[in-house]
Design a protein around this ligand. Structure first.
Ligand SMILES: *[C@@H]1O[C@H](CO)[C@@H](O)[C@H](O)[C@H]1NC(C)=O
Ligand SMILES: *[C@@H]1O[C@H](CO)[C@@H](O)[C@H](O)[C@H]1NC(C)=O
Ligand SMILES: [Zn+2]
Length: 293
């Protein structure tokens, strides 16, 4: 049945391509994409074939030591009205109003401007052997959390996306532990968003302060310039990836896999493999103070 489904989609695609090829004008890129067809992303979204793409492997031995000040987290302990959405590729949490003055933001840590929280979402595997997008010293984790912020000098997210210093994303590795992580108790609400529907938003019963999702240690992290890891793959992200993971239980990870993706399949394996570094530099901030040197 799965094979027939594939064949059917393939035939539809051929018909679609034949139909648009007949027209003289270049078709707009489709907004539909899937992880199964990720090798073709660059055909419709040219940035996905760029040389500053994410994720990458973060290698401690070849990273350059950086003396960034500590990253500052503002309003990260605020509990705001939040909503969860299944967008067909991941589950995403965002605050109801960007104009709320309590919206979390980050500064310092080598960032030149304040960056305001926009949304967070997850990537996870089919099994516990993979799932994170970044790898650290070649090691993947079962899942990865992305906390997406935009540069406040551009006023809003859609405006910021067009600039090379538009976004700052925090990458947090997720490993497994025997007990549940209480900060993930909002997972109960997945029942309301099992099927993708970007309009159907489920309010959180127990809104989560972002600070509950940060690793114990935020003083050490990797920093590099990269991209969104989904189409259009815009190369406008200043990445901060912490090397201290957070942890959830296998039971909690399994709840993510109950979601249905835009292809009508079980949502899993929604991560992009690591990309080439090309001419980029990866920095590593350690907790040693270089000022004393
Ligand atoms: C974002 O900001 C730009 C420039 O100020 C403005 O033109 C646009 O309408 C804003 N978009 C949204 C969604 O608020
Ligand atoms: C990374 O991007 C920022 C913002 O565009 C830029 O200021 C900085 O020089 C870039 N860093 C590297 C190492 O390319
Ligand atoms: Zn992501």
């Amino acid at each position: 049945m799965a094979k027939l489904g594939f064949l059917y989609k393939f035939l539809i695609r051929i018909c679609f391509v034949a139909a648009i090829s007949a027209k003289p004008t270049k078709p707009a890129p489709p907004d539909h994409w899937s992880y199964a067809e990720r090798v073709h992303w660059k055909e419709h979204f040219s940035a996905c074939g760029g040389e500053h793409q994410s994720p990458i492997n973060l290698d401690f031995a070849s990273a350059i030591a950086a003396d960034f000040p500590s990253m500052m987290f503002y309003n990260y302990d605020q509990v705001l009205p939040e909503m969860l959405t299944n967008n067909g590729h991941t589950v995403m949490m965002s605050v109801k109003s960007q104009s709320n003055e309590d919206v979390p933001f980050i500064t310092e840590g080598g960032l030149t401007d304040p960056y305001k929280f926009f949304q967070l979402h997850f990537h996870w595997g089919r099994d516990a052997l993979s799932g994170s997008e970044h790898t650290i010293n070649g090691q993947p984790y079962p899942a990865e959390l992305h906390i997406v912020h935009y540069n406040t000098k551009y006023g809003n997210f859609s405006e910021a996306v067009a600039h090379p210093d538009g976004l700052a994303v925090l990458g947090i590795m997720i490993e497994l532990q025997a007990r549940d992580n209480i900060a993930f108790r909002h997972l109960e609400r997945f029942d309301d968003i099992l099927n993708p529907d970007s309009d159907k938003k489920s309010a959180l019963t127990y809104p989560v302060p972002l600070s509950d999702l940060l690793p114990d240690r935020t003083g050490t992290f990797y920093r590099y310039n990269g991209s969104l890891t989904t189409p259009g793959c815009n190369e406008d992200v200043i990445w901060t990836v912490f090397d201290t993971p957070i942890a959830i239980s296998q039971r909690q990870l399994d709840i993510f896999k109950r979601l249905i993706d835009s292809e009508g399949q079980q949502m899993e394996g929604n991560f992009r493999p690591v990309q080439e570094l090309h001419d980029r530099v990866v920095y590593y901030r350690s907790e040693v103070s270089y000022k004393a040197l």
